[in-house]
Design a protein around this ligand. Structure first.
Ligand SMILES: [Zn+2]
Length: 238
């Protein structure tokens, strides 16, 4: 089942370059957040449909191992964060899909890239805005925004442009991989035609996998507990 997007930030227009797709204004950071892409990391390899297993599926001209995950074609991107000489300027509105996935798989902080889990409590701090979150139960929900470690939290909260309306801070007990945010294509001549942008495609929504190009990874959060950000802020300052 394709469901409504859990994160529709940052795809259209370029009017607010300061706002990342994670929902933070990032220009205030002294270092570029870990998940933000650099210009030379962006890859525009052409895609096309091929006949495969009795259906048309998206592929690259020269497919590589690792281009698919559970039958979904993954958007290609380079990882040049550790190569300041080659990576080019940061692109504040673009996520690096590889690093975003690493954050989700290994529960790394989206700002600094270090493990986000609180070593004392075993819980994972998570900042969520409405635009990057879809609730699935009383204490669960889906997101493509990675966690934020407690060390980076004060600055993250300070930078969050939506602090006053739809922002929330949680601790999370565990996560499971849920699917991807993807652009969906249909057969077109001579190239595939974009039909829907930035929609959630679950791992069990097999009917949509062949025509999806994944742009980020979505996890389901379990054991969510709301933390009062103001209370936490005063505790952290004490
Ligand atoms: Zn951090």
């Amino acid at each position: 089942m394709v469901q409504r997007s859990v994160a529709s930030v940052g795809q259209q227009g370029d009017t607010d370059d300061r706002r990342s797709r994670a929902g933070f204004v990032v220009s205030g950071y002294t270092t570029v957040p870990y998940t933000i892409a650099y210009a030379n990391e962006l890859v525009e390899d052409p895609i096309s449909f091929e006949w495969h297993n009795r259906e048309n599926r998206l592929t690259y001209g020269k497919p590589r191992r690792g281009d698919w995950m559970h039958g979904v074609l993954l958007g290609r991107v380079r990882d040049l964060r550790d190569r300041p000489d080659r990576r080019g300027p940061e692109r504040m509105r673009k996520l690096n899909r590889q690093r975003q996935r690493r954050c989700m798989d290994k529960l790394l902080c989206q700002v600094c890239g270090a493990p986000a889990t609180d070593p004392d409590s075993g819980l994972i701090p998570w900042v969520l805005t409405k635009t990057v979150f879809e609730r699935t139960g009383p204490d669960s929900g889906r997101t493509n925004a990675p966690p934020t470690c407690w060390t980076c939290m004060p600055e993250a909260l300070e930078q969050c442009p939506m602090l006053n309306d739809d922002f929330a801070l949680y601790t999370v007990a565990s996560t499971t991989s849920a699917g991807v945010l993807a652009d969906l294509y249909r057969l077109g001549v001579p190239t595939p035609t974009l039909s829907r942008r930035n929609v959630f495609v679950a791992w069990d929504a097999i009917a949509f996998h062949a025509r999806a190009l994944a742009t980020s990874h979505v996890v389901e959060l379990h054991g969510m507990r709301a933390v009062n950000a103001l209370d936490w802020g005063s505790l952290a300052a004490a």
